[in-house]
Design a protein around this ligand. Structure first.
Ligand code: 5GP
Ligand code: ZN
Length: 113
């Protein structure tokens, strides 16, 4: 999608601190980290949230979760990390391209805000 900031990151059109990329997904550092480790995992395919995901997206949705564990291990936080996927403005979603947050490196609290 032309005006989507995360599509532009995936295409290399705007800079990001890329941690991993493959044919389906890109992982990069969050610009405004909320924990010592705060990564974002995006599918290369643009869709806004789980509400817009289709059956054909099952594989990439699984892939980004497996990647979460992989990058958590790379960053040494396998003993405790949180994945967050905000769906819609009321859940706090501010960028309209589905993304999985990976947070860790500190004690996480519950319930989330
Ligand atoms: P959301 O609130 O939509 O779940 O999360 C969006 C996340 O994207 C936020 O944590 C925000 O800091 C991050 N973000 C927004 N714009 C950019 C950007 O241009 N580059 C990077 N690396 N992160 C961004
Ligand atoms: Zn996009």
């Amino acid at each position: 999608m032309a005006e989507c900031i995360f599509c532009k990151i995936a295409a290399g059109q705007i800079p990001a601190r890329i941690v991993h990329q493959d044919d389906q997904a890109v992982v990069f550092e969050d610009l405004n980290p909320q924990a010592p480790v705060h990564l974002l995992i995006i599918p290369r395919k643009h869709f806004m949230s789980l509400n817009e995901a289709a059956a054909e997206d099952r594989d990439v949705l699984g892939h980004i979760h497996l990647l979460a564990a992989k990058v958590a291990a790379m960053r040494g936080i396998s003993d405790g990390f949180r994945t967050v996927l905000n769906n819609g403005a009321r859940a706090g979603q501010t960028v309209s391209h589905l993304h999985l947050h990976v947070l860790g490196g500190r004690q996480m609290t519950w319930p989330p805000g």
